[in-house]
Design a protein around this ligand. Structure first.
Ligand SMILES: Cc1cc2nc3c(=O)[nH]c(=O)nc-3n(C[C@H](O)[C@H](O)[C@H](O)COP(=O)(O)OP(=O)(O)OC[C@H]3O[C@@H](n4cnc5c(N)ncnc54)[C@H](O)[C@@H]3O)c2cc1C
Length: 695
């Protein structure tokens, strides 16, 4: 497929290739794609041979307050922004990333005027409702100011809007559907090289005689912004989802404010040129990595160069690439030794172009002459196509994709702790508390004290490093939803929103729907064993020994289920269950049976989030009455806060259990399977689900 030219809109014909003075003046708005290589919008902007080029970043309050973002993701972003700024500076010593702090919808129209902008260029962000509204507004403002918009699609393999059209505007719910839709477009475009130079961000008066040094240029830009509305003078946000009070990692001390908005262009910008238009710091966001116990320094450093280095390392191993088989990669390795590529954070922030990844992998596969080459869905290309599949699904559903209520593709299931809406349909934030047992289960999950070591270790790995393996995500998502806890996938997605560096508005809700059997995947009777599944990959439990060190001296036999160890074994391991490590918060097998019974009823009803009964608020009661499964309860004597729970009866190891297991020869019961191959299985066994699932 030939690289598609960025689309262009807005602006009068006279402005198309420049202003009255002859040259184009480009504002290049960096958002998610923090790189210089393979950026069609950047290329199109530079093809104009502009007289001035302003690399802009708006430090948007929406993402500071209204979006859950934890320290690891902010840190990765800040590192990527700094790296980008350095790259721009090395291409042109008069340039750097120009970071302005405020709402882009307020700032862009002002900057168009003050900097005499003729063209606004950007790569299209991965969709979500906020992005759609923000970009629509930016386009309107550009048009009103006679500014032409050049946008490209550098974030995906294909133009998601075109793929959606090719799929009759229906969300793609299987990989097969996605593959068939993209087949019309041929191969993804080949990546384009990074530019060798960029023009300077010159005010009109300086074009004829530009400043010699960035130290002379920045004060002029600073002056040009005088009188611009400051975000700090505005009323402030309705709520701060990242505050400690709402469960986030931000601690703002007595002032209760972040300091990153104290000035429009950086701290003390009027006094120190170095900090003018600078990248904010974690501290200015009220975030402290050490206090939050995230890994310091980061195990996944941000930036284009870091991403390309990682890609090169992965691609060099042609056998690994050519024979990559996702279900065979281990979820039990630590982030520093990931068994998959760990490129997702770099794709999320666009530090690495997905098309470069695709084509480098194609070349590596060609070079490998051995046996065992793999193909979609389990190979590298298959993984990248899943990413497209979720993006097209999101684009097809629109605003309701990230929730259950009114979502035409998500099955309605009577989860506990669903998102709650007011009478006007607005989400209530903070969410009103649900039933005590589910709240306690959810708290135990997010605080890594469920008493199931692999679950707790994976949660700790995620919170510490910002990443976990795909199958560890499977284990967590299955456990929290239809495996045991019967808690809405919305709560799980919310938790991942905060902690994943690679959080993506399409892939995260999409995968949660998949794992909870709400959409994309439907084999709800296939549930991950909380010990048996990870044990297959790593019988010695190294991830647990690292992230739950209190369990490190348990023998392999008991590391995944220490509550089943005899007391003398626990004492020898210096860890008594219920005292030094929590007893399980629920009975794995009993809850699994409850969940399957509930699922049968929900599936028989076949309601999606937009069913009449759901919209009228009647669905939950009807389903609960029909399946008759009792509300969740906590183990007798459960005391979450003190972490000194007694071992409930069902969690105590019984000799008869061992005997029974021996008699069964360790075999699984009928219908009891793990589902490590579910991506593959589901894709061949499911068809596009809902014809009516439209935007
Ligand atoms: C509950 C849950 C939530 C998830 N949330 C996200 C998310 O917010 N952002 C995200 O990028 N991935 C998400 N994933 C998908 C997947 O787990 C990660 O993409 C993958 O683990 C990233 O590691 P990697 O780069 O080593 O992947 P690799 O196995 O090396 O795959 C290469 C790339 O393919 C893409 N990819 C692979 N699997 C998937 C998938 N199932 N869905 C979408 N893209 C995929 C990613 O971009 C990844 O970097 C989620 C999975 C689950 C089960």
């Amino acid at each position: 497929m030939a690289p598609k030219k960025p689309s262009s809109s807005g602006g009068g014909a006279s402005k198309k290739s420049g202003d009255k003075d002859g040259g184009a003046r480009v504002m290049y708005w960096f958002r998610t794609d923090l790189r210089l290589h393979d950026s069609p919008a950047l290329q199109a902007a530079l093809d104009l041979k502009p007289q001035a080029f302003f690399p802009l970043w708006c430090w948007d309050p929406n993402y500071i307050y209204k979006h859950r973002v934890g320290i690891n993701r902010f840190r990765f972003l800040l590192e990527s922004m700094s790296a980008l700024s350095s790259s721009l500076h090395s291409l042109n010593p008069l340039s750097q990333l120009l970071v302005v702090r405020g709402d882009p919808c307020d700032l862009l129209p002002e900057l168009f005027k003050r900097w005499g902008i003729t063209h606004l260029a950007f790569e299209r962000d991965p969709n979500d409702e906020y992005v759609r509204q923000r970009d629509d507004q930016a386009r309107k403002d550009a048009k009103a100011n006679g500014v032409e918009v050049l946008d490209g699609y550098g974030h995906h393999l294909y133009d998601i809007r075109e793929v959606l059209k090719a799929h009759n505007n229906e969300p793609t719910l299987t990989l097969g559907a996605l593959q068939s839709a993209v087949s019309k477009f041929g191969d993804p475009a080949k990546p384009i090289d990074a530019p060798k130079s960029i023009p300077s961000p010159l005010l009109k008066d300086d074009v004829a005689s530009p400043p010699q040094d960035i130290k002379d240029l920045l004060p002029k830009l600073l002056k040009s912004l005088e009188g611009l509305p400051e975000y700090s003078k505005k009323k402030g946000p309705e709520y701060d989802l990242n505050s400690h009070e709402l469960g986030g990692q931000r601690s703002t001390g007595e002032s209760g404010k972040v300091t990153c908005y104290d000035s429009l262009v950086g701290p003390d910008a009027s006094e120190s040129i170095k900090s003018t238009f600078s990248v904010p710091t974690l501290e200015s966001l009220g975030m402290d990595a050490k206090a939050a116990r995230v890994s310091v320094p980061s195990l996944i450093p941000g930036g284009e160069a870091e991403g390309l280095k990682r890609l090169e390392r992965v691609i060099k191993d042609t056998k690994y690439i050519a024979t990559f088989s996702k279900p065979k990669t281990s979820p039990c390795q630590d982030t520093s030794e990931a068994s998959t590529t760990l490129l997702s954070p770099y794709l999320k922030f666009g530090c690495v172009s997905v098309r470069k990844f695709w084509w480098d992998a194609v070349e590596a596969s060609k070079q490998y002459k051995g046996a065992g080459k793999t193909s979609p869905p389990e190979n590298i290309q298959g993984q990248l196509l899943f990413r497209e599949m979720y993006s097209v699904a999101e684009a097809g559903v629109g605003e309701t994709y990230k929730r259950v209520h009114a979502n035409p593709i998500s099955r309605y299931i009577d989860w506990y702790l669903p998102t709650v809406y007011d009478s006007k349909g607005k989400e209530i934030i903070p969410r009103p508390a649900g039933d005590a047992a589910s709240e306690a289960r959810y708290a135990a999950f997010v605080e890594a004290r469920t008493g199931f070591p692999f679950i707790d270790a994976a949660v700790k790995q995620l919170k510490t490093t910002g990443w976990i393996h795909h199958l560890a995500r499977h284990s967590l998502a299955s456990f929290l939803t239809r495996g045991q806890c019967w808690i809405s996938w919305e709560r799980g997605a919310e938790f991942f929103d905060e902690h994943l560096i690679d959080w993506d508005p399409a892939s995260n809700p999409g995968n949660w729907m998949w794992l909870s059997c709400s959409a994309f995947f439907h084999q709800y009777y296939r549930v991950y064993g909380l010990a048996t599944f990870p044990q297959k990959y790593d019988p010695s439990g190294s991830l647990i020994r690292k992230y739950c060190p209190e369990l490190k001296d348990f023998p392999d036999k008991h590391i995944y289920a220490p509550h089943t160890a005899p007391l003398e074994v626990q004492r020898k391991a210096k860890c008594e269950i219920g005292k030094d490590y929590p007893a399980p918060i629920l009975d794995e097998k009993k809850e699994k049976e409850h969940c399957i019974a509930r699922m049968k009823v929900a599936y028989a009803k076949g309601w999606r989030g937009d069913a009449k009964e759901v919209l009228e608020g009647k669905a939950q009661e009807i389903l609960r009455k029909e399946h008759g499964v009792p509300d969740p309860t906590l183990p007798e004597g459960y005391k979450a806060q003190e972490n000194k729970d007694k071992i409930p009866k069902w969690a105590q190891r019984k000799e008869e259990d061992d005997e029974a297991q021996k008699k069964q020869g360790g075999k699984k019961r009928k219908g009891e399977k793990d589902e490590e191959e579910d991506h593959k299985a589901s894709d061949t066994s499911t068809k596009t689900l809902s014809k009516k699932a439209k935007k």
